[in-house]
Design a protein around this ligand. Structure first.
Ligand code: TRP
Ligand code: SF4
Length: 331
């Protein structure tokens, strides 16, 4: 039997190349070697956006379209939405009973985010309990592998602790999931900082080839290379960082030498990079156009995927009730 994998993303709207390289590209690979489940964590989006819920629905749709355009295939994996499988909430309540407060208070993302997101009140019960809900999301599918980026590792560690505690208190219900270490290069954005939607420096999967080239063309380079005749240093150039991820070895070597010897101009260097970006992202953009036109089909994927996920979630919940000895009185 194939091992099971599960992962999710909070809906944040259109995904960029950093999201693609950081997670999505690995998910696409995983769908053929695992019994794979991928979901939109729309309840988690409420933890920081409860005052402004209006965009969440569109963000879910945009993200799903990106997933499917990138190659997640509903014939080869289960794609679903958290809020369509309310069993997650039931398991969350049960886990909340056995999770010591201290485990949540020492979660590094709890303090980081409260410090970084200064414009919102995050002193809520739901925000503190974010990782408990995440543990329920994960364990209800009993996956062996949870592919996530490094930023999520503390949450998955807490998931393992909750699983161990449950298994110890009642009986062995949950396997302890691993986080497979996958190659996930960090991408610089157009200004050289980490690519991020909130920095306004991102290239999106939904950008047309022309929009993408427009962004790449104006990307910052080695600031010391002012004129075409100035030699440059690829080691300090974000364009070259993208070459390292997307271009072949020969091109990369040629660009580095040409830059150091002032043999090529930055525009040529960017054109060569863009040709490699075209290989991956032009087909994704084309598929995206087609998928985005058919809203009903996207919704149908989510409904059918959620139905399949719910069957698994219900079976686990039955086991959990049984292990805890809480068959409803009267049955
Ligand atoms: N916390 C994840 C994020 O910020 C989303 C998430 C929620 C998740 N539940 C999960 C990821 C379960 C993996 C497994 O994107
Ligand atoms: Fe960067 Fe390429 Fe220009 Fe060198 S030639 S500074 S690597 S864009």
């Amino acid at each position: 039997m194939r091992k099971r994998t599960l992962s999710g993303m909070q809906p944040s709207g259109r995904l960029h190349l950093g999201n693609y390289m950081g997670a999505l590209a690995n998910w696409v690979k995983f769908q053929d070697s695992y019994d794979a489940y991928f979901f939109v964590a729309d309840w988690h989006a409420l933890s920081t956006n409860y005052e402004n819920t209006a965009p969440i629905r569109d963000y879910c749709r945009e993200m799903l379209v990106d997933w499917m355009a990138a190659g997640l295939d509903p014939e080869r994996c289960v794609i679903f939405q958290q809020s369509r499988v309310p069993e997650h909430a039931v398991l969350h309540v049960l886990f909340s009973m056995i999770t010591p407060l201290a485990w949540l208070e020492r979660n590094p993302t709890y303090k980081d985010q409260q410090a970084n997101i200064a414009d919102r009140d995050l002193t809520t019960y739901g925000f503190l309990g974010y990782p408990v809900l995440q543990a329920a999301d994960i364990l209800i599918y009993k996956p062996q592998a949870v592919p996530v980026g490094v930023d999520q590792l503390p949450h998955v560690e807490l998931t393992r602790e909750i699983a161990r505690r449950f298994n110890h208190l009642y009986r062995e219900v949950f396997p302890i999931p691993e986080t497979p270490l996958t190659e996930a290069p960090k991408l610089p954005g157009l200004d050289g900082r980490k690519m991020s939607k909130s920095y306004g420096n991102a290239v999106f999967l939904s950008d047309s080839p022309a929009q993408r080239w427009d962004k790449v063309r104006t990307m910052v380079t080695d600031p010391a290379r002012v004129r075409r005749t100035d030699p440059g240093n690829p080691d300090v150039c974000p364009v070259f960082d993208l070459h390292k991820v997307f271009s072949d070895r020969a091109t990369r070597d040629e660009m580095a030498a040409g830059c150091r010897g002032a043999g090529i101009g930055c525009i040529d260097c960017k054109k060569r990079l863009n040709a490699f970006l075209d290989i991956t992202f032009t087909p994704i953009h084309e598929r995206r156009q087609a998928i985005a036109r058919d809203n009903a089909a996207v919704e149908a994927v989510l409904i059918e995927g959620s139905r399949r996920a719910q069957q698994v979630a219900r079976a686990t919940l039955d086991e959990v009730y049984d292990a805890m000895g809480i068959v409803p009185f009267g049955n």
